[in-house]
Design a protein around this ligand. Structure first.
Ligand SMILES: O=C[C@H](O)[C@H](O)COP(=O)(O)O
Ligand SMILES: C=C(OP(=O)(O)O)C(=O)O
Ligand SMILES: [Mn+2]
Length: 450
């Protein structure tokens, strides 16, 4: 039997249209936006509401300290790079990191890609100037193209449809790999060996040896590795473009309730989390687990008000606060937020994004981050939670599975000169494959108390 939504629910889903919405493209032809979103409304959902419910339960476990979230992927996915190789490398990186973290934390790791829909970007400036020429900023492949010509920078709503199709092919490949045997723990473990065979990572030898022994122990005990061949991997992106997110919001026929069916998990960015804004209103009405980014200027009142608005019933797993304070601020700012939110009896899942508070410009002009600073924020995040007796629930990371050179440092010492070698991101710098693994080893080591 199919349950329909009440008229109030349907009406509520239109309310965002009357509210201020930051960071929306200036579409030159509003009729073309209507045409594109009408078409989008006829497309099938990309995820099933029941999957989002399962994820909510798992995030509730992370909030209680019974699981750990690993969320990672590009700052901005691009259509050009939604290829099998790039997607496979990202999945592999996330699975490898997850295996190391599972060992370090002795907890199940919830795997989630910033993938299959991460095609829209908020920007600090609406415009970009190069050599005296000023054009609209690049806002992600769902909006305009990165090329620096007037034509390419014009927002084109047909890109919303392309974003849907690219998301569909990406999630299809994620499902194929993770249910088809690619995630086999034995294989994942082999990849880890490749990493530790590199002398640059000698300091992780002890931990790698322990993981080896654990695998041998499991084998000796007769663990059925074939039963462990499939893993659940979830998709997520920033719910930024309201035309897209609203068109992908559908009524679950089992419950008559709305779900955003563009991804399992969506988050509201630091720049669009106004309490009286359109993003908060639309997302308050869908049933998916939600994230909200919290930067260093967030007050405890802001955090509490967001929790009350987005999670009025205080449902465990519904709300994840993704804090991105910067390594220099996390130890000062985070305790006040965590204390107050928990003190009010709120259950949220606390996750660390060590990327967005630590962005710098290198002397040669690259937007980059220092690996050591990124790691320092992760350490600060754990220290704060340990001191307060609260739960560090996960990590949110910008990464790629390829050998790019976008973040400075790490054991392989990407330096200023190396940035020019393979700087490929269109927006923010990502950890490369090795740096991602190194982060996982570092965090696992910390969790093991080495
Ligand atoms: O994640 C993305 C960026 O941090 C955000 O879009 C702002 O980037 P910008 O300062 O380059 O515009
Ligand atoms: C823009 C992003 O983050 P924030 O909203 O935290 O700045 C992002 O995650 O790419
Ligand atoms: Mn980013």
């Amino acid at each position: 039997m199919s349950i329909e939504a009440s008229p109030e629910v349907l009406e509520g889903l239109q309310r965002w249209r009357e509210l201020p919405a930051r960071q929306q493209p200036e579409w030159p032809d509003p009729a073309a936006v209507v045409r594109a979103t009408e078409e989008l409304r006829g497309y099938p959902p990309l995820v099933f509401a029941g999957e989002a419910d399962n994820l909510r339960e798992k995030l509730a476990m992370a909030a209680r300290g019974e699981a750990f979230l690993l969320q990672g992927g590009d700052c901005a996915e691009t259509f050009a790079e939604s290829t099998a190789d790039r997607i496979r490398n990202k999945i592999r990186t996330i699975l490898q990191m997850a295996a190391v973290l599972t060992y370090g934390a002795s907890l199940p790791v919830i795997k989630m890609g910033r993938m299959a829909g991460q095609y829209a970007k908020p920007r600090s400036s609406d415009l970009e100037t190069r050599d005296g020429v000023t054009l609209p900023a690049y806002r992600g492949d769902a909006v305009n193209a990165h090329g620096f010509t007037e034509q390419e920078r014009i927002p084109d709503p047909r890109r919303l449809l392309e974003a849907y199709h690219r998301s569909a092919t990406t999630i299809n490949l994620i499902r194929a790999f993770t249910y088809g045997g690619f995630a086999d723990l034995r294989e994942v473990h082999e990849w880890n060996r490749g990493f530790t065979a590199n002398p640059a990572y000698a300091r992780y030898e002890v931990l790698a040896g322990e993981i080896d022994r654990a695998m041998r122990f499991m084998r000796a005990c007769g663990v059925d590795f074939d039963a462990l061949r499939t893993v659940d991997m979830y998709t997520s992106h920033e719910a930024l473009l309201l035309d897209y997110e609203a068109a992908m919001t559908r009524i679950d026929s089992r419950s008559g309730l709305p779900y955003n069916t563009s991804a399992h998990f969506v988050w509201i960015g630091e720049r669009t989390r106004q309490l009286d804004g359109a993003h908060v209103d639309l997302l308050a009405r869908v049933r998916n687990p939600l994230g909200v980014k919290l930067g260093p200027t967030t007050t405890a009142d802001d955090a509490l008000a967001l929790a009350e608005r987005l999670d009025p019933e205080n449902t465990p797993g519904r709300l994840t606060f993704i804090t991105r304070m910067g390594a220099g601020r996390v130890r000062d700012v985070l305790p006040g937020l965590v204390e107050r939110v928990t003190g009010e009896g709120r259950t949220v899942t606390w996750v660390c994004d060590p990327m967005h508070g630590n962005t710098i410009t290198s002397p040669s002009g690259y937007k980059t981050r220092e690996f050591a600073t990124v790691i320092d924020e992760v350490h600060g995040f754990f220290e704060v939670h340990h001191a307060l007796g609260t739960v560090p629930g996960g990590l949110h990371v910008e990464l790629t599975g390829d050998d790019v050179t976008e973040v400075l440092g790490g054991s392989e010492q990407v330096d200023e000169a190396a940035l020019a070698r393979r700087y490929e991101t269109l927006v923010d710098p990502r950890l490369n494959h090795q740096q991602s693994l190194e982060m996982a080893f570092d965090v696992a080591e910390m969790l093991r108390g080495h």
